[in-house]
Ligand binder design. Structure first.
Ligand SMILES: [Cu+2]
Length: 331
């Protein structure tokens, strides 16, 4: 489809003046967009960042997604178990994925990624799912549960379905729509995190949730923009502020469609990595780079030895230049 396809399909979603994407959408092709994103990255690297001036809705959403944990509405069952009830709606929405670029998404609760559900191993989970999208969808959760709660059954437009199961095992589990064609339903934005805390709590830490993803704007089966939590260079504009010596824990997954892997690389430091996080006593990897296939996830634990700005990004250089890069600011 090339340039004509991009202009036709994406054209209406460029925002216009005030951004790097000031050219008329009809005149912009994929090469130009790549150059604009690369320019944005190099500007940020050369001149630092200015948290005061950049506050688009997309950026704010990506910052919020780092620490927005939905514990549900809590009640107790007659036998004393904790019941957590969550409400998730699917609807179609344009979401801002980079400065000046909007994506015609299919969303859970209006954002890409959807909400980060959080609970403790053994809790009784109830997810009331309503489909307000124009297409049939479902919620397929990773984890151990009955097969009739596995989210393979499409929920038609206007219908609801209640998923009920016990949360297990501990760890980080992705959820996503499982209606065919799968690549399309997932890539449009229907995915998110469920964190199942172990019964014996992990060590106290400053915690962040990061979903690595990509956006194919011209529907050619390749991503044009890569992000964490849905907005290109979000944490270049807003570095993650942490303290020297503080334990930093990151729940990170790869829900990038169309590329076989994604990765996380940290500069000037090493971290511990627990794949899936299901065994809190597992011996972690000690490294500065991990990679994940689509659907893989894990828990990263970092402590920073000294003050400074520590860059982190995908180690695929292309992803880095197209939006997947940020900083920890250690004070
Ligand atoms: Cu779907």
């Amino acid at each position: 489809m090339g340039a004509a396809g991009l202009a036709g399909i994406v054209g209406s979603s460029f925002l216009g003046t005030g951004s790097l994407f000031t050219k008329k959408a009809s005149a912009m092709d994929k090469t130009e967009m790549h150059h604009a994103l690369q320019h944005q990255m190099s500007q940020g690297m050369a001149h630092g960042y200015d948290p005061g001036t950049d506050s688009t809705p997309g950026l704010e959403a990506a910052v919020k997604a780092l620490t927005a944990f939905d514990y549900g509405t809590v009640s107790k069952s007659p036998d004393g178990k904790t019941i957590r009830e969550y409400h998730i709606q699917a609807w179609d929405a344009e979401v801002e994925i980079a400065k000046g670029i909007k994506f015609p998404g299919w969303t859970f609760n209006g954002s890409i990624p959807g909400p980060t559900l959080r609970c403790t191993e053994g809790d009784m989970i109830r997810i009331i799912f309503g489909n307000g999208s124009a297409h049939p969808h479902s919620i397929h959760l990773h984890g151990i549960h009955p097969t009739n709660m596995d989210g393979l059954e499409p929920v038609p437009t206007g219908n609801t379905f209640t998923y009920e199961f016990e949360a297990k095992p501990a760890g980080l589990h992705p959820y996503h729509c499982h209606v065919p064609p799968l690549a399309r339903h997932i890539h449009k934005g229907l995915y998110g995190h469920m964190i199942v805390d172990p019964i014996k709590p992990r060590k106290q830490a400053k915690e962040f949730s990061m979903v690595m993803n990509g956006f194919d704007l011209d529907l050619d089966g390749e991503n044009e923009v890569y992000t964490v939590n849905g907005y290109a260079f979000a944490y270049q504009s807003r570095p993650l502020k942490v303290r020297i010596g503080e334990l930093v824990r990151i729940y990170i997954s790869n829900l990038t469609e169309f590329d076989p892997i994604n990765s996380f690389h940290l500069h000037a430091n090493f971290f511990h990595y627990y794949p899936t996080g299901a065994d809190p006593d597992a011996r972690p990897f000690f490294t500065d780079t991990i990679m994940q296939c689509q659907g893989e996830r894990g828990i990263i634990e970092i402590t920073f030895p000294a003050a400074g700005k520590y860059m982190f990004h995908a180690h695929q250089s292309e992803f880095t230049e197209l939006g997947w890069m940020g900083f920890f600011e250690v004070e």
